[in-house]
Design a protein around this ligand. Structure first.
Ligand SMILES: [Fe+2]
Ligand SMILES: [Fe+2]
Length: 324
C-alpha cells in the first residue's frame, strides 16, 4: 500500500473493484478503508491500473475502493464506458460481470438523484444502461444473474436499476416476437429514468414510514410529470422515454394516474414497467413492513390488486422466475 493521506470519510464514495479495468489509466484517485475505519490514499490519479495492483487487492480481500466525491465526474465518465469492456471480457465470469454492471449503474443513479439537472450524468446513465441491456440481450444467464442479485433496499436509485432489469427481461419476452422489435436500449433508458421525477419530492415523503397524508400523496403523484419536465429541460427526452415516465402508474382498469388511461391507451412499454415497478416495490424492505418473497409478491399482484396489470404480460413475468 502506498502514500498515506487522510481524507474525511464523507467526501469519498465507494466503488467496486470489478468496475476497474486492467491496463486503463485511472483519471481519479483511489482510497482504501482500513479495518479501523480510516481511509487512506492508495493510488494517485493518471497511473495505469495493472494486473499486479489488482491481484494484490484481491489477495488482501479488497472488493470495494473509494473515490473522492470531487472526482466523481471523472469516475462516472470512465465507468459508464468501461462497462462495455467488462461485458465483452471473455475471461470474466458472468456473475462477476453482473455485479460490476449493477454496481456501476446504481452508483451513477445514486448520484443522478442528487443532481437530476445534470444532462452529463443522464448521458452517462444512458451509456451505462445501453451496455447493461446489451449484456442482458446476449444470454439468459446474464439476465438471470442480474435478476437474482438485485438488492431490495428502499433507495430510489436501486429501485430504478431493479425496475430496468425486470422490465428489460419482460420486454425481451413480450416484444421479441413482434414484427417490429423495439430498440431495447431505448426502452432501457425509459425504465431507468422512470422515477427521475421523484428527485423533486422531499425525502421525508419518499422515505416516510407508513401511510402518506392526502396532501403528501397528491405531491407524490406529480412525479411522472415532474420526470418529463426534468428530461425536457435537460434535452434528454424522446417519445418512448416520455411515455414510460408519464404512464408507469397508469392501470389497465383506468384507476391509475396521472391521466387515468385505460388498456390499450397505455403504451405497451409502460405496461411492462408498471409490473416491474410494483413487483420491486412490494419485494423491498421498508421500515414499517417486511418485504414479500418473490412468489408471495406475484400472488398478491395477481389476486389483490384488481385489474391493475396487463395479464398477458403478467403471465410472462411470472415465467421469468421459474426455476430451470
Ligand atoms: Fe413511479
Ligand atoms: Fe418506480
Amino acid at each position: 500500500m502506498t502514500a498515506e493521506a487522510q481524507q474525511p470519510v464523507e467526501s469519498l464514495f465507494p466503488i467496486s473493484l470489478h468496475s476497474l479495468r486492467l491496463d486503463t489509466v485511472l483519471t481519479f484517485e483511489l482510497y482504501l478503508k482500513h479495518a479501523s475505519g480510516k481511509q487512506v490514499l492508495y493510488r494517485a490519479k493518471d497511473i495505469p491500473f495493472t494486473e499486479e495492483v489488482r491481484s494484490s487487492l484481491i489477495a488482501n480481500g479488497v472488493a470495494e475502493l473509494y473515490v473522492p466525491r470531487s472526482q466523481r465526474d471523472d469516475y462516472f465518465e470512465y465507468a459508464s464506458h468501461e462497462i462495455k469492456a467488462v461485458v465483452a471480457d471473455p475471461k470474466m465470469p458472468v456473475v462477476e460481470k453482473a455485479q460490476a454492471v449493477y454496481k456501476v449503474t446504481t452508483s451513477i443513479m445514486e448520484d443522478l438523484f442528487v443532481t437530476p439537472k445534470s444532462s452529463e450524468r443522464i448521458r452517462q446513465a444512458k451509456t451505462a444502461i445501453h451496455h447493461t441491456v446489451n449484456f442482458m440481450l446476449e444470454n439468459q444467464e446474464a439476465t438471470r444473474s442480474l435478476m437474482f442479485l438485485t438488492h431490495h433496499d428502499y433507495y430510489t436509485y436501486t429501485h430504478s436499476v431493479n425496475v430496468t432489469i425486470f422490465s428489460t427481461a419482460l420486454a425481451q419476452r413480450v416484444f421479441e416476437t413482434e414484427t417490429e422489435t423495439p430498440d431495447f436500449r431505448l426502452l432501457g433508458e425509459g425504465f431507468l429514468l422512470h422515477d427521475i421525477g421523484k428527485s423533486t419530492i422531499p425525502a421525508s415523503i419518499i422515505n416516510k414510514p407508513g401511510k402518506l397524508t392526502d396532501a403528501e400523496w397528491a405531491l407524490m403523484r406529480t412525479h411522472p410529470e415532474a420526470g418529463r419536465r426534468i428530461l425536457k429541460e435537460t434535452k434528454t427526452l424522446n417519445e418512448i422515454i416520455e411515455k414510460i415516465v408519464l404512464q408507469h402508474h397508469e392501470r389497465m382498469d383506468g384507476k391509475g394516474y396521472p391521466f387515468g388511461l385505460k388498456g390499450d391507451e397505455i403504451e405497451p412499454a409502460a405496461r411492462v414497467c408498471a409490473i416491474a415497478d410494483v413487483f420491486d416495490a412490494i419485494t423491498t424492505v421498508r421500515s414499517y413492513r417486511d418485504p414479500l418473497p418473490t412468489f408471495e409478491a406475484l400472488k398478491v399482484m395477481r389476486n389483490d390488486m384488481g385489474n391493475h396489470f396487463d395479464w398477458n404480460y403478467f403471465d410472462q413475468f411470472v415465467v421469468l422466475f421459474r426455476k430451470e
